[in-house]
Design a protein around this ligand. Structure first.
Ligand SMILES: Nc1ncnc2c1ncn2[C@@H]1O[C@H](COP(=O)(O)OP(=O)(O)OP(=O)(O)O)[C@@H](O)[C@H]1O
Length: 308
């Protein structure tokens, strides 16, 4: 896949404090690349450097190998929402399209089409200030893609959306990627990231901790876990082979297994006296990987130990 955006060894300090160190990743045509990290990790600072809102102290950011990033080819849904309040929705959208040199007739058609998709049909003459938070977010999303950008940055696009609207956003984001848009997605909603992202970059304290495809990350970081429903002593479960730790809630126990355990072999060695009403084996979720890596809670690879 063709590389669109390349970030190499990005470094940034605010006064004496270094908030980004050696950040390198790329975003390719037609992919959804997630940038993840705990609060204060450096995601927004990375995005602001890409957008030219601030400049890096070290490293480079190139678009199709050029240092000059053409603003009319980029779409940006910022974390801080804000549209001109007393202006009608259509006027805002056309104004923003015009700023990106996009043909107005086409922009109007696209705006009407998206307003319909987002359940805002007939609202084109409503002033922005009369919209609910979720409706305003939909309009801002349309504003970020009205000009058919090649590269799209979505900073927390799902916050404040109801589940139906989240699904509509998810579908539109997928469609944009299928049409070839390169998408950089920042979100704390791990389940949505897990469903959407092709690759991910996780940052903590300004440094890379994970970089790879969702499958690579799962294979490298997500061990298997076994959920057993049945009344068993926690200490009995903890003594089972290859069990890293056990979490118990009532009669439900989750056994986190060591790296490289083959669950088919492991399950054959479970003692017969265990009480098993139900048993499931899954890989741990992205949510659990995120928490484990950010907190160093389990025996999984911790921050700084990654060689990804
Ligand atoms: N303009 C600024 N001046 C000084 N420090 C800043 C500035 N902007 C960000 N920082 C600091 O840089 C670090 C990274 O912040 P950043 O906003 O990039 O984090 P983030 O990963 O986007 O967090 P969140 O998930 O909370 O949005 C934080 O320690 C923050 O306090």
């Amino acid at each position: 896949m063709e590389t669109m955006l390349t970030i190499e060894n990005l470094g940034k300090s605010f006064k004496e404090t270094r908030v980004l160190r050696n950040i390198s990743f790329e975003v390719r045509k037609g992919e959804i690349m997630a940038i993840l990290g705990p609060n204060g990790a450096g995601k927004s600072t990375t995005i602001r450097n890409i957008m030219g809102i601030m400049y890096p102290d070290e490293g480079s950011i190139t678009f199709h190998n050029y240092l000059d990033i053409p603003r009319n080819k980029i779409g940006y849904l910022p974390e801080e929402r804000g549209l001109y309040k007393n202006v009608k929705i259509m006027d805002v959208l056309l104004y923003l399209a015009e700023l990106k040199d996009y043909p107005l007739k086409k922009a109007k058609e696209r705006a009407l089409d998206y307003l319909e998709k987002f359940d805002l049909e007939g609202k084109e003459n409503v002033p922005v200030e009369e919209l609910s938070k979720g409706m305003g977010q939909k309009v801002q999303f349309i504003a970020s893609i009205i000009h058919e950008p090649e590269f799209l940055i979505l900073d927390e696009p799902f916050s404040g959306l109801d589940p139906v609207s989240q699904d509509i956003f998810k579908e539109e984001i997928r469609k944009l990627a299928e049409k070839g848009t390169a998408i950089l997605l920042s979100s704390h909603q791990m389940n949505l990231v897990e469903e959407l992202a092709d690759r991910l970059f996780m940052i903590n304290k300004g440094q890379k901790v994970i970089y790879g495809t969702m499958d690579e990350v799962k294979t490298e970081y997500a061990n298997f876990k076994c959920t057993i429903r049945g009344k068993n002593e926690k200490s009995t479960l903890e003594r089972l082979p290859e069990v890293q730790r056990v979490e118990q809630d009532g009669n439900t126990s989750i056994l986190y297994l060591n790296n490289n355990v083959n669950p088919a072999t492991w399950i054959k060695h479970l003692p017969e006296q265990l009480i098993i009403n139900e048993l499931n084996i899954d890989r741990v979720t992205l949510h659990e990987i995120f928490i484990d890596i950010a907190t160093g809670k389990s025996g999984m690879k911790k921050v700084g130990e990654s060689n990804a």
